[in-house]
Write a protein that binds this ligand. Structure first.
Ligand code: NAP
Length: 263
């Protein structure tokens, strides 16, 4: 059960309307934590908010594109009067898959802005207040993609690697002040975003996690940072971390082509 004294009374979920984000909202609401949910599309956002309000918690929604330069100012307008005990930075699926040398740099920048810049800004803003209070938690969503470079998503993978190494440093810095930091690393997880991206979940042997399961697992391990590998992917992480890199990177690329139906 989530410790509401440590992670409450309010949690912010950046990307809290669908998939894993919605599952985090549901689990936290069941535990009695009030929520600020942020996402772009107001339909799914309000639907999730109404669903979790049924657990008796207060919910504020903010329909916002986190890529907007004033995103954090807008989030502050909705949260400055609240005590935020938990930040979950969930939004971050790859928004631009493309070969790098022919890519549009503004779209590349979007992947960096969402996964790195906005994450840093929010972690600093809420983390500083948690440090002052001597309690709280910050969860950043990572990916198996952050353990190995892959074609068409070299920036996404690099951004997730950044997030993981950042989480480790932040974990060290905030641990003495009672603030728990964890990078929750996901493998393939069934979410609306992945379904829209056309990901094939039916490949024999593919380990597909359900959003509710990884969200529950992550919340159970908020205090087990700096990195928690969800969904039974520990071995996959070990494999991706090995040598020699040429053999490993090529083999993973071949597997990814199959996953995406490119061969
Ligand atoms: N699903 C997987 O297989 C998988 C695997 C490894 C890691 N992950 C990581 O797990 C996290 C969740 O992934 P997901 O598959 O659920 O996809 P996602 O596209 O990151 O969606 C998650 C939530 O973020 C919101 N969101 C996305 N972009 C946003 C933006 N620019 N501004 C505001 N809100 C935004 C979405 O709502 P709106 O679209 O309405 O904005 C949704 O509520 C991501 O960090 C992803 O990298 C997922």
């Amino acid at each position: 059960m989530i410790d509401t004294n440590h992670y409450g009374p309010w949690a912010v979920i950046a990307g809290g309307s669908e998939g894993v984000g919605s599952a985090f909202a549901d689990s936290l609401a069941q535990a009695g934590i009030d929520l600020v949910l942020i996402a772009r599309k107001s339909g799914p956002l309000e639907e999730t908010a109404n669903k979790v309000r049924a657990h008796g918690v207060q919910v504020r929604t903010l329909s916002l594109d986190l890529l907007l330069p004033d995103a954090v100012a807008q989030i502050r307008q909705v949260t400055d009067d609240l005590e935020i005990g938990l930040l979950i930075f969930n939004a971050g699926a790859n928004s631009y898959g493309h070969e790098f040398v022919t890519s549009e740099l503004d779209k590349v920048q979007g992947v960096i802005d969402l996964n790195i810049t906005r994450q840093l800004e929010l972690a600093q803003h809420f983390g500083a207040k948690m440090k002052e209070r001597g309690r709280g938690g910050i969860m950043l969503l990572g990916s198996l993609a952050g353990y190995m470079g892959s074609e068409q998503q070299s920036i996404y993978g690099a951004a997730k690697a950044f997030s993981r190494v950042f989480a480790e440093g932040l974990w060290l810095e905030l641990k003495p002040f009672g603030v728990h930091v964890v990078e929750l690393v996901l493998g393939v997880t069934r979410t609306p975003a992945m379904e829209r991206a056309g990901l094939r979940f039916d490949i024999p042997g593919l380990n597909v996690a359900e959003a509710e399961d990884v969200a529950r697992e992550g919340l159970e391990h908020l205090a087990d940072g700096p990195v928690w590998i969800a969904g039974g992917n520990y071995k996959a992480v070990q494999q991706r971390s090995g040598f020699p890199r040429d053999v490993m990177v090529q083999a993973a690329a071949d597997g990814m082509r199959t996953l995406l139906g490119r061969q």
